[in-house]
Design a protein around this ligand. Sequence first.
Ligand code: NAD
Length: 321
Amino acid sequence: MLIVPEREIAGLISASDCFTAVEQVFASMAKKSAYNFPVIREAIGHADALYGFKSGFDRESLALGLKSGGFWPNNMAKGLTNHQSTVFLFDADTGKCRAVVGGNLLTALRTAAASAVSIKYLARPDARVLGMVGAGHQSTFQLRAALDQRPFEKVVGWNLHPDALDRLAKVAAERDAPFEAVDLDTLGGQADVVITITSSFAPILKATQIRPGTHLACMGTDTKGKQEVEAELFAAVTAFTDEIAQSVTIGEAQHAVAKGLISADDIVEIGAVINGDHPGRTSAEEITLFDGTGVGLQDLAVASATVDLAVRKGVTVDVDL
Ligand code: NAD
């Protein structure tokens, strides 16, 4: 069994490798070659932690396994990140554990890759201004991946606590993109693409704030109760997601579905667009929305790619179980 430690991940896999892995697995999911198993997420009643598993199998790449981990809110005081995860990969032919891979950086990279994939397939070709809602840990990854995807000429950002926007300004400066801190009306009025990446439990963006032709990538809502955009806004867009089952239960769609404004049939898996089975955006006026809920297959895809790179570089630790 191979071990790829967390400390090696940054030197092994690039954002571009993660983009390719996530694009491929979304395509496999829409072809029904790859499927996610039911998600487990539990408050364990110790250290205020939420712990769980996301797992699945991709019959095309033969990636089989799970990501296990969760959220330990008191970790920061111990010098550790609050989100902790590890990916376990199994040999699909024998069931033997093939690899254990540090999952923290990979989670950030695969989440950023998902919104970048949605921008590639759904944003207008002439999109020039990127709007960022949220400036937490994950936001810089989403911003970098978006700037890799399109030649945005300007980034506008909003955060509940504006001080944190410096984080986004620094990343924009690395890429020579002007950055401006704005209010939500200005953000919606200027942005051609908006990425939301917050932990909000109440709608932040209203339908009236979003212009025709915008592409929204809603990435923060991954749990029952979280919400980043008004249900009425969700009901007015052409909606895409990574996985419909997650979108309507723990994703951004949950609120529009609960209000009876839309049903699961109104949402398209982005893999269908990647495969050419759905046209994606069909006009310059349409508002498109990608509900990125985060699936286990994304984790397995980037972890498998990382193991292949680690073997090639000779940085794995090999142990007998
Ligand atoms: P973080 O704790 O570092 O940052 C949280 C962000 O949410 C900050 O910008 C904060 O200002 C904002 N926020 C919190 N409460 C808010 C409110 N009521 N209104 C508006 N903004 C609010 O977290 P992070 O690591 O940046 O992750 C952000 C979110 O993304 C989390 O909810 C996390 O669970 C989610 N996430 C989703 C995926 C996925 O695959 N979809 C993957 C990773 C993280």
